[in-house]
Design a protein around this ligand. Structure first.
Ligand SMILES: *Cc1c(COP(=O)(O)O)cnc(C)c1O
Ligand code: SF4
Length: 373
């Protein structure tokens, strides 16, 4: 057996084992674990420092998960946008393919709580169906492999999927959405990296919510992927009492950049049944973005988005404060230090009167553009 599979098999999945490690009363969580599975890898278990801390909250089941009756199972209506099994086609030029229901850990706040941990991989016939759909839909140029966690598939299945996808000429990008590097870093083997390298361009978006998740061995796993030429992004969910704090978020973003991971999205938590105790306000998210923007490297600022309930897709939100006013004359802007600036619009009436100009007289404009870079 591969090393990583052994490590995964040592994960805590049973209430009585959790009791042994963390002293939780197994009776209190038996029902929850029956409804929504638990898995905590050794890496994650060793990162928990005290009861109820930010790592604990993400992975240790709580009775409150069962009290959440009103919320939907599938808040993003992914099942509605699914033309063939496991494929979600919501946006014009990209799709999401769920290749497994297995994850290294079962996050208590997961949007796909209805699916994860249930047995099931994408079956051979279903992969064929997805490939046939993609072959027909020439507008699709980007695919996200998701789940569950695609990096829990064994190497030969990952290779089978990548190989099949690369037979589709119009499919430009392949992306993975994964929590594996941060929770089961042993999985990022030289063999896996060698496979991935053959099918570039491959991007990966790694799920991280708290700076303590970036241990030295986790960072090394990220570096192995980066060394295999995989551009790495991070996806973070804004979670109450986990990371709903500007200082924690800034530390997380800085740790990600040290791991060669560029923060990509910060999500408002979805309205999924069993997860509503993790939700916090939109203002909290806006404050976090404001505390980063301008105050630290622009590279460290993710897009703050709400995945619209009912299948509207991701919608970016920015603090109103930056753009105070905008009309045909110009914009009134406020910077991170609360100072106000004016940016004038180009004079539309004058430019319309300009005579046609030949290519040679455009030189000035081009060089002005170059100076803006
Ligand atoms: C998030 C998501 C994508 C990818 O969106 P990007 O903004 O391109 O990262 C594609 N399909 C679905 C269903 C998604 O939820
Ligand atoms: S790893 Fe991702 S898909 Fe799996 S339980 Fe966590 S949030 Fe959900």
């Amino acid at each position: 057996m591969d090393d990583w599979k052994k490590v995964l098999a040592e994960s805590v999945t049973k209430p009585k084992d959790l009791a042994k490690h963390l002293g939780v009363d197994p009776k209190e969580i038996e029902d929850v674990v029956g409804a929504y599975p638990m898995r905590i890898t050794p890496t994650v278990l060793s990162t928990i420092k005290s009861p109820g801390d930010a790592i604990w909250k993400q992975v240790v089941p709580e009775a409150i998960e069962m009290d959440d009756f009103d919320a939907p199972d599938d808040p993003l209506e992914e099942d509605t946008d699914s033309p063939v099994p496991h494929l979600v086609h919501r946006y014009p030029d990209r799709v999401l393919l769920m290749v497994t229901n297995q994850c290294p850990i079962y996050c208590r706040f997961c949007t796909r709580k209805r699916l994860v941990g249930k047995p099931g991989f994408l079956k051979k016939g279903e992969l064929d169906q997805a490939i046939a759909y993609l072959r027909e839909h020439t507008e699709v140029r980007d695919i996200i492999l998701s789940g569950g966690d695609p990096l829990l598939l064994p190497d030969h299945l990952i290779e089978r999927i990548l190989k099949a996808l690369r037979t589709i000429p119009h499919l430009e990008l392949i992306r993975f959405g994964t929590r594996v590097p941060g929770t089961l870093p042993q999985r990022i083997t030289p063999e896996l990296c060698a496979i991935v390298k053959q099918y570039h361009p491959i991007y990966m978006n790694l799920h991280f919510n708290h700076p303590d998740e970036l241990t030295p061995e986790v960072k090394e796993a990220c570096w192995r992927l980066a060394d295999a030429g995989v551009p790495l992004g991070a996806q973070t969910v804004l979670l109450k009492d986990v990371n709903d704090d500007p200082e924690i978020m800034k530390r997380l973003m800085h740790q990600l950049l040290l791991a060669r991971v560029k923060p990509y999205y910060l999500y408002m938590a979805d309205l999924t049944k069993g997860t509503n105790h993790f939700r916090t306000t939109i203002e909290t998210g806006l404050k976090i973005i404001q505390s980063l923007q301008g105050h630290t490297s622009g590279m460290a600022v993710p897009h703050f988005v709400i995945d619209a309930p009912g299948g509207g897709g991701k919608i970016p939100i920015l603090p109103n404060e930056y753009l105070l006013d905008l009309d045909e004359k110009g914009a009134v802007l406020k910077n991170y230090e609360n100072k106000t600036y004016h940016y004038p619009q180009p004079d539309q009436s004058r430019s319309r009167e300009l005579p046609m100009v030949g290519a040679s007289s455009m030189g000035g404009l081009c060089s002005q553009g170059a100076m803006d870079d």
